[in-house]
Design a protein around this ligand. Structure first.
Ligand code: ASP
Length: 428
């Protein structure tokens, strides 16, 4: 049964500067239920900046890492001073402590695992963001509980792609919720997206753009009545408006359609977000924080608009890799399972695949470090050919002329068509 709790997720662009933070507060004033959980991402492009700090640290350049931390601090500080004219406000103390903690990380020995030290750095973005927003909400007289997502979302030790321990997470969230929502007084529970606590007690992330998933973990655990993702576009678009300016928002789609779009790479929702919502039939609305009165897109079990318009998804910077057994034997189930276990071991997600009698082709995101380890493994078993810098184009509910404008004389390296989906790998 639904609990009348609403879960809102605000992404980095919605809090990228002081005016944007004020806009979020105005949205909460007008649209939040008396019981609302707000999941917040890091401000602006903070996670990218933290990734670069981590790179400098691993590259042994502490000076560069410290310099970049100073730049990140000054970006956040400019937001703080605009929101809090009183420089004695306690938020400055909490803010300075967080940055000191981040700086202290630069002095630690790197872990053996890249992924673990990555999470140790990148998780700071969300903590800084909620520290600022919670103080501002309190200033604006909201009854706010600022809580640490790490105290609630518990996972395994798969750094950068954590697997949630659902039983533990649901029970921790519900135990705390009985306090948060004990009184009739309206309240906002504010926490971080993207970050969680690993089984061994370290900070861990749910994967880039993972705040949507955090929100759906809270929505699922609390049997929320609705979840809203506030974005800078008017809903789930049928294409990236930066690439196709006449893109439109889909009005009402099913969980199934949303998950397919996310899976093929539409950047609108993190792919893991939908399942928990579908399992509890919690409607998801995707709305614009720039036009909060707009309807946005509704995602639920009904989805009346699933097939009305084609959707276009572009994934750039892909690798198309083809494998051939060295002894000219067939590609069989054994090879396929061997190949997939290598992909899984190297944490590479396959976006498209196809096999013939003596070849197997796969497409995945280009990440130089992961690719070189994978190639080392594969070369032992197969003769390998690959193209870097290819694009994967997916059209859902395609029409007859759809692809012509997209291909525009480029070479199609591989193609796959089902009744609903057309995928093409194109060279530059
Ligand atoms: N801040 C994280 C990222 O930029 C998570 C998120 O925004 O969802 O990937």
């Amino acid at each position: 049964m639904s609990s009348q709790i609403q879960v809102f997720k605000f992404g980095g662009a919605s809090v990228k500067d002081a005016a944007a933070v004020r806009n979020v507060v105005a949205i909460l004033k007008s649209y939040a239920n008396p019981k609302t959980v707000v999941i917040l991402s890091a401000m602006g492009k903070t996670t990218n900046a933290l990734e670069r700090i981590h790179q400098s640290y691993l590259g042994g350049s502490n000076k560069d890492a410290m310099q970049r931390i100073a730049e990140l601090k000054s970006y956040h500080n400019s937001i703080l001073v605009e929101l809090f004219p009183n420089s004695n406000h306690t938020v400055f103390f909490d803010f300075n402590n967080l940055f000191q903690e981040l700086e202290a990380n630069v002095l630690l020995e790197p872990e053996a695992s890249f992924d673990k030290s990555y999470d140790r750095f990148v998780h700071f973005g969300e903590r800084i963001a909620t520290t600022i927003l919670s103080a501002y909400l309190s200033e604006q007289s909201f009854n706010t509980f600022h809580v640490a997502a790490r105290d609630f979302i518990c996972t395994d030790n798969s750094y950068r792609d954590a697997l949630v321990d659902w039983d533990l997470t649901v029970s921790k969230i519900n135990e705390a919720a009985s306090t948060w929502f004990a009184s009739e007084k309206p309240c906002i529970v504010l926490t971080q997206g993207f970050i969680a606590q690993s089984a061994e007690g370290a900070p861990i992330s749910l994967g880039r753009e993972g705040s949507d998933f955090s929100a759906s973990i809270f929505a699922y655990s609390l049997n929320a009545s609705e979840m809203v993702i506030w974005k800078d576009v008017s809903g789930v678009m049928n294409a990236d408006p930066k690439l196709m300016p006449d893109a439109i928002a889909l009005e009402h789609i099913s969980y199934r359609e949303a998950v397919e779009l996310a899976y093929y790479g539409a950047s609108v929702i993190h792919p893991k977000t939908i399942k928990p919502l579908e399992n509890k039939n919690i409607p998801l609305r995707v709305k614009s924080f720039l036009n909060p009165a707009g309807e946005g897109t509704i995602i639920d079990r009904i989805g009346t608009d699933d097939k009305k318009v084609p959707s276009y998804i572009f994934k750039f910077n892909q690798v198309l890799l083809s494998l051939f057994p060295r002894d000219f034997s067939f590609i069989n189930e054994k090879n396929i399972s061997e190949i997939f276990s290598l992909f899984s071991r190297n944490n590479i997600k396959v976006r498209m695949m196809q096999n013939s009698a003596i070849s197997f082709s796969v497409c995945f995101d280009y990440e130089p470090a992961r690719l070189s380890v994978l190639l080392e493994d594969l070369n032992k078993l197969y003769s390998v050919r690959y193209n870097e810098q290819v694009d994967l184009v997916t059209i859902r509910h395609y029409g007859s002329i759809d692809a012509i404008n997209i291909i525009k004389g480029r070479k199609t390296l591989l193609e796959q068509k089902s009744r609903s989906t057309w995928q093409m790998i194109l060279n530059k």
